[in-house]
Design a protein around this ligand. Structure first.
Ligand code: AHM
Ligand code: MG
Length: 334
C-alpha cells in the first residue's frame, strides 16, 4: 500500500512484507542509503560556496582538508553502510577493487552487496548542474559468514534485488525499485524528510526526446547515425527534441517522466562506450524495465549481459520501449 505524502521511512516499513526476502535487511539497507543521501545532498548544495569557504585542496575552518565532492560522496556512502553493519561488500566507481566488510567476524550474517557510483556526472559537479548517485543491490552468492568474492559482484543485472538513484537537482529525489515497480520520493530540505511524490513511475511507451552526445556523431556506428537522422527527420511526430544534460541520472529521470531515449553508444574512440555495466547501466536498466521502459546495448538486453570485470563498460540505450526498439531496429539493419 502506498499513498502520496507518505514518508520514505513509512513506505519502507509498510512495503517490507511485499518483498520476497522479509528479513528486514534490505529495508535497513535502503534506510542507510536514504541517510547517506541526505548527508551528500547537504554537501552538494554547498558546492557553489566553494569560492567563499575554500577550494578543493584548501583546509577549512575546522582544520579539515576540503575534498572533491565525488570523493566525499564515496566516503559517506561507504562509511554509512559500514557503520550500520548492513552489507557484506561494496564496489564503487571510486574504488579500484571491491571492499569486504567484517570478513573476519563469523557473526556477520549480512547477505547483500552494494555496487554504486557515488556521484555520477562528474563534468557537472563544479558548474551547478544536476548530478546523481546510482546504486545496485545483489544477494551474495558466496557462503554467508565468510569474506565476499568477486563472484558476488559479477552477477548479471537480472539478479538484482534492488536498484535506484538519487538526483541532486532543483529538488533532491530518491527513486528506487525492489522489483515491484518504481517509486520516487522528494526531499523536503527544511525538515530533512523524503516524501512519496511520484508513486509507480512509468516511462510513456513513446516519447519525443532523444539524449545523446552528438559531438561524438562522427565516431558513432552507422546504425546509431541513421537513428539520429531518423530522430531529426520531419515526418509524423518528428523531429524529436534533443536534450542532453550529461548526467545519466538526470537525463534518465527526465526521459522517464516525459518519454524519451538516452544513448551512449560505442564509438571509433571507445569500443565499449563509456558507461559502466555494474553500477551505471544495470541499475538504470532494472529501473527502466520496472517502469515499462527498456534498456539494451543495441542488440542484447543489458540485464542479460554476463559481467567479466568490475569496471566493465558497455554501450547503453535506454528509455521509452518503442523508441529503444526503433533504435535497435536501426542498429540491426545497418
Ligand atoms: P562519470 O561517471 O565520469 O561521471 O561519467 C558518466 C557520465 C554520465 O552521467 C553521462 O551521461 C556521461 O558520462 C556523459 O559523458 P560525455 O561527457 O562523454 O557525454
Ligand atoms: Mg559515473
Amino acid at each position: 500500500m502506498s499513498r502520496k505524502n507518505q514518508t520514505l521511512g513509512e513506505f519502507i516499513i509498510e512495503n517490507q512484507s511485499s518483498f520476497k526476502y522479509t528479513s528486514g535487511e534490505l529495508s535497513r539497507l535502503i534506510n542507510s542509503i536514504r541517510l547517506a543521501a541526505k548527508v551528500v545532498n547537504h554537501e552538494v548544495n554547498k558546492a557553489g560556496l566553494v569560492d567563499i569557504i575554500g577550494a578543493v585542496g584548501d583546509t577549512n575552518i575546522q582544520g579539515e582538508d576540503q575534498q572533491k565532492l565525488d570523493v566525499y560522496a564515496n566516503e559517506k556512502f561507504i562509511q554509512t553502510l559500514k557503520n550500520r553493519n548492513i552489507v557484506c561488500g561494496i564496489a564503487s566507481e571510486e574504488e579500484d577493487s571491491f571492499i569486504s566488510i567484517n570478513s573476519q567476524d563469523e557473526n556477520n550474517q549480512n547477505k547483500y552487496v552494494v555496487l554504486m557510483d557515488p556521484l555520477d556526472g562528474s563534468s557537472n559537479i563544479d558548474v551547478n548542474v544536476s548530478v546523481g548517485t546510482i546504486f545496485s543491490v545483489f544477494r551474495r552468492v558466496s557462503p554467508v559468514g565468510g569474506p565476499v568474492t568477486i563472484d558476488d559482484f559479477l552477477q548479471k543485472g537480472n539478479k538484482q534485488v534492488a536498484a535506484g538513484y538519487i538526483v541532486y537537482g532543483t529538488s533532491t529525489m530518491l527513486v528506487y525499485t525492489t522489483g515491484d515497480g518504481v517509486n520516487g520520493f522528494t526531499l523536503n530540505p527544511a525538515i530533512g524528510t523524503f516524501y512519496l511524490s511520484h508513486p509507480k513511475m512509468t516511462f510513456p511507451k513513446d516519447g519525443h526526446i532523444y539524449s545523446v552526445n552528438e559531438g561524438n556523431y562522427i565516431h558513432f556506428p552507422q546504425g546509431v547515425k541513421n537513428y539520429i537522422k531518423y530522430c531529426q527527420m520531419e515526418e509524423g511526430d518528428r523531429p524529436y527534441t534533443s536534450r542532453y544534460i550529461g548526467s545519466l541520472v538526470s537525463d534518465f529521470h527526465r526521459n522517464m517522466i516525459k518519454g524519451g531515449i538516452y544513448l551512449y553508444p560505442k564509438s571509433s574512440k571507445n569500443s565499449n562506450g563509456k558507461l559502466r555495466l555494474l553500477y551505471e547501466c544495470n541499475p538504470m536498466a532494472f529501473l527502466a524495465e520496472q517502469a515499462d521502459g527498456k534498456a539494451s546495448d543495441g542488440f542484447t538486453r543489458i540485464m542479460d549481459i554476463e559481467p567479466t570485470e568490475l569496471h566493465q563498460r558497455v554501450p547503453f540505450i535506454c528509455g521509452s520501449k518503442n523508441m529503444v526498439e526503433k533504435a535497435e531496429e536501426f542498429m540491426r539493419n545497418a
